[in-house]
Design a protein around this ligand. Sequence first.
Ligand code: PLI
Length: 481
Amino acid sequence: MSHLAEPYRIKMVEPLVVTTREEREEAIEQAGYNTFLLPSQKVYIDLLTDSGTNAMSDRQWSMMMLGDEAYAGSVSFERLRSAVEQNYGFPFTVPTHQGRGAEHLISKILITPGQYVPGNMYFTTTRYHQEAAGGIFVDVVMDEAHDPTADHPFKGNIDLAKLEALVAEHGAEKIAYVNQAVTVNLAGGQPVSMQNIREVHEFCQAHGIVHWSDATRLAENAYFIQQREDGYRDKSTREIAKEMMSYFDGLTMSGKKDGLVNIGGFLAMRDESILVKARELVVVYEGMPSYGGMAGRDMEALAQGLVEALDDDYLAHRVGQVTYLGRRLQEAGVPIVTPVGGHAVFLDARAFLPHLAQDEFPAQALAAELYVESGVRSMERGIVSAGRDENGQHRYPRLELVRLTIPRRVYTDRHLDVVADAVIALYERRDEIGGLRFVYEPPSLRFFTARFEPLPAKPVDSALDDAVLSRTRLAPESVRA
Ligand code: PLI
């Protein structure tokens, strides 16, 4: 069944650069086999991220002309605040330059060093800020989220038994807050059900714990609830999103995803005491509370984007396009994370390259090879992204993935066919793909700037032995990373 065609038409085009295989081989070597380090002019189809890569609408561009660039009391801030209140129901908004700016502030406000911060899987910048504020991140996502092929409609759900056990062990006062992401990026863009949000809300209320949302992809989550959860089929995604948010005390938002803009973010909340602290901190780290690191025009574009992202036709096409790419790969037998999530198709690099040990960086190697094959840029989301633990050892996450992230309103299905054909061609010659080793490893968030080189080729038998050894090395705590 084909999905809804684009509910928009193209008014302006941006030419793409087509490169030769030789040019790409040279480019990836110069980039240290790290797709983050490729110049975008050498990329044909850019699926590195859906963050800040969205196409804005004619209305968003028009609203930018109305941007009020006043240092204080900007009208554009009031428009953003009012869009957040109307669509998500929170009366107070504090703008930040992007999502991690909001994460920085909320981590400083809610975390006392030594407190635990349970969440449904980690996101890199979120966990970084939690740990930098002295918090201890604990993964309480359901087990299925760590299994690339577990079939569950809401694989992003929090496992209440894990949350209850954590609170029983340490006491509610040792919990800084519960952070519930909708959807869960690193699990494959997997959604959270309304029932789960409600249950976590009730649990938090009963224990006096703050319940916060990473609402970065909440529109896509609302679409999955509409499609998959009993009782929501006849509700609009706008109604569903508002109900979802009604259960939270507040949110952090990266406007660069479901805000349909290229830059911007915010914190929103109901509690005035959190607002007061956020306003104190935002001045120091971001800017005045009425712009917080955004230009007036950016706040206008974001206010309009929040509205457009909760349009049912837009979401049916958006998620339908991601599903289409996933289906093409599945039909060819390529191992991917299923069910396909909201913003990306994730290749299961362990199953794709079973001859590589995890510390030979299979996902990093596959992303580099896909670029050389086709000019398609993707992103590693595995051992390199997971970083090292407090003892300096690699964290060995169970999920070793390559993310093909679809920007919003940017590429056509024809582009996605090019991507599918390239991945399938690679899968057919997967035995030829070798591993990588570090030549430069930065101390934190290493995936952004690390450099690698190809490992020398080794005989097939010993490669398989290494892969088996690496799998048996997985310790339970590393599975949580
Ligand atoms: O990139 P920021 O600072 O606007 O947002 C940080 C951020 C927070 N939460 C989640 C779930 C994210 O996915 C996220 C950013 N994601 C990026 C950059 C991505 O490529 O997925």
